[in-house]
Each structure stands twice: as C-alpha cells, then as structure tokens.
Design a protein around this ligand. Structure first.
Ligand SMILES: C[S@@+](CC[C@H](N)C(=O)[O-])C[C@H]1O[C@@H](n2cnc3c(N)ncnc32)[C@H](O)[C@@H]1O
Length: 208
C-alpha cells in the first residue's frame, strides 16, 4: 500500500522564502557545526548521520521532487530536529545562498555521473562549483565524495588537485551513520555493494 507522504514545514526549507545568504543559526534555532549533503536521494544518509551526530546541523539539497518529499516525510517521522532539506539545484543554491566560511563539511555521495561526454559539463564536481564550495567552507572544513563511476572519479581527482593550493587530501573515514563494511551508508552505496561494484572515495580538507 502506498504511504501518504507528509510535509513538515519546519524541516523543508522553501527556496522562494530565501532572498539572501542564509543564517544557519536562525534556520536551525541553534549554533552548531554545519554539514551539507548534495543530492540526498531518499534521505538515508541524513537520517542515520543526524541520529549519530545530534550536535551537528545537517542541510540536504535535493533536486528531484519525489525524493525530496520522501526524505522530508522520513526525517519528520524520525522527529529529527537537526536536519533541514531544500528542493533546489545544488549548484545555484551553494552560489546564491551559502555564506562564506560557514560550512564544516560537504558530503557528495554518488552524484549523477552523466556518462555521455557531451553531458560532462552537468557533473556537480566541476571547477566552478569547487570554487564556490571553497568559499563556503571554513578553514579546516572538508569535502567527502564517493562514486562508483571511474571516469567521474578521475575528473573529481583532477578538479581537486587543481586546487591543491587550498586543499590537502585526508583519509576518507567511514561516516558515523554507516554500517560495517560501508563507507557512507546511502541507498546507492548499498545497491552497488550488493552488485560488488568498485567504490571510489576521496576526502580533502581546506587548508587556507
Ligand atoms: C545517484 S543519486 C544518489 C543519491 C544519494 N546520495 C545516494 O547515494 O543514495 C543522485 C541524487 O542527486 C540528485 N541531484 C542531481 N543533480 C542535482 C542537483 N543539481 N541539485 C540537487 N540534487 C541533485 C538526484 O535527484 C538524485 O537524487
């Protein structure tokens, strides 16, 4: 039987209500480290991670309406108070609404690979988006990325390497909400682990 998905206005931020850089302390009702997930899918990472790290504020960005609705309903049912989600394009949102030096970690797990060469420019991890992420990260803040797609992983390594003046590679530690033998514990990772696909991970820290 299909479940009726509920909206939770305290969890779901509306892009139309934003007109300037967001104030994290105001949207979460407290000051705490901020982690952003780009492309939340059904919200599995957000739910598990928010439960494992209650002292962190998590903001998820998801473009697809059906996944966004599913994730909002799920987070609402878990009564998690340290998660917000917004349905919008992550690249535009980061550029327009995230303040400088405000984010502790970006989580980018299994971003759409856009396999056709002519579509590579749609990939989220690009020089332009990395420049914006650098602007928003606090010094010492990090980016964690996982993908099953070797060609995209090569691009990701190249893009990050080009900014080695600002980033230092660090060990990719499994996320707090992941199960044993998982890196991140998202739906896509679980699916790909079952298929025994290779998973590539990288983590970098902003050093200046
Ligand atoms: C392959 S899925 C991975 C979902 C989840 N991270 C996981 O690992 O299970 C990629 C997700 O990113 C979302 N997405 C793709 N491009 C996006 C964008 N520009 N802004 C926000 N979300 C995006 C898609 O709708 C989809 O839910």
């Amino acid at each position: 039987m299909r479940r009726i998905l509920k909206d939770y206005p305290d969890i779901s931020l509306k892009p139309e209500n934003l007109d300037d850089k967001i104030d994290f302390a105001q949207i979460f009702g407290r000051k705490a480290p901020v982690h952003i997930e780009v492309g939340t899918g059904k919200g599995t990472f957000l739910v598990n991670q928010a439960k494992a790290q209650p002292k962190v504020n998590f903001l998820g960005i998801e473009w697809a309406r059906k996944y966004h609705r599913f994730a909002v309903d799920r987070i609402g049912r878990w009564k998690l108070t340290n998660v917000r989600i917004i349905r919008t394009d992550a690249a535009a949102f980061v550029t327009e609404f995230l303040p400088d030096d405000s984010v502790d970690c970006f989580h980018i797990y299994f971003p759409d690979p856009w396999p056709k060469k002519r579509h590579h420019k749609r990939r989220f991890v690009s020089p332009a988006n990395t420049k914006e992420i650098l602007r928003c990260l606090k010094t010492g803040g990090c980016i964690k990325i996982a993908t099953d797609y070797a060609d995209y992983f090569e691009q990701i390594q190249k893009v990050l390497d080009e900014r080695s003046d600002r980033f230092e590679e660090i060990e990719f530690l499994p996320t707090a909400g992941a199960d044993e033998d998982e890196w991140v514990g998202t739906n896509f990772e679980r699916k790909y682990l079952k298929e025994k696909r290779q998973i590539y991970t990288i983590a970098v820290k902003k050093i200046r």
